[in-house]
Design a binder for this molecule. Sequence first.
Ligand SMILES: [Zn+2]
Ligand SMILES: [Zn+2]
Length: 362
Amino acid sequence: MAQEVRGVIAPGKDEPVRLETIVVPDPGPGEAVVQVQACGVCHTDLHYKQGGISDDFPFLLGHEAAGVVEAVGADVTDVAPGDFVILNWRAVCGRCRACLRGRPWYCFDTHNAGQKMTLASTGQELSPALGIGAFAEKTLVAAGQCTKVDPSVSAQVAGLLGCGVMAGIGAAINTGQVGRGDTVAVIGCGGVGDAAIAGANLAGAAKIIAVDIDDRKLETARTMGATHTVNSRETDPVEAIRELTGGFGADVVIEAVGRPETYKQAFYARDLAGTVVLVGVPTPEMKLELPLLDVFGRGGSLKSSWYGDCLPSRDFPMLIDLHLQGRLDLGAFVSETIELTDVEKAFERMHHGDVLRSVVVL
Ligand SMILES: [Zn+2]
Ligand SMILES: [Zn+2]
């Protein structure tokens, strides 16, 4: 029997979000219905609402979530009702050329649920944010989007690994391959940048330089493991990073803003043969201009990091275990817990940089 539950909808471009009754179908083959326990508010949800991602309104927002599997469809063997799971937005296929080469984190054919959730009032199909849609009491996803983790972790902490925090930690550990003793600089200290700092710290970086234009954010970055901070409104960050690294630049620079200006800072703030990781998300009109001779002459690698190059089945349980052992403070990313009705206000606080993450707890 399809069920009716409450969910947060973005009805049209720049219109305020609202709570509506939605219809969640029974899971078909390869699908699962998940009872959502917590879901973080991410910039991507705001971009959906602003029409910056696609025009497929209405959207069912929310995608950084954890909860309990309520029901599974035919052929589902990896998860079962009662499992505590984190939802991921890259369920790998196991059959594409990336998967077959043993690099499933690059999967070129990730999938979501085949059936659509709908608005109860009009029957209109909903587009779930990143194929998840978890600002809702229940949601329908592909079973591969459910990753089992130790159920003793709190849902509000676990859910954050489903997107931004994983992107940041993975940018440092998976994409940047930060190692013990490395120098690391992180440009942009929002949720993703702070997670990159925490990831670099976890990987044993010797020096972690946080760069932002907001002193409040630099203060938080220190609690995440930054050893030095640079306010780039007052100080040239490239000069400052070089000064802090013996005049050379950092081994790994993580750009967590997604703008050409900050990307150039990252490019010139790394040591020769160093690595730049772009994890900030640019907009379509942005262009990058760099002397090609500098790209060649400075060597090293320029990488982008999608979802932290994570493999949910490998990384989520591992990071939750490290958190439960007291080695990774995921709780530090939760600024406040809110209700489903508070999402619109939470967007404002996020936009003004007042919070790292607001988390809807159901
Ligand atoms: Zn694949
Ligand atoms: Zn997100």
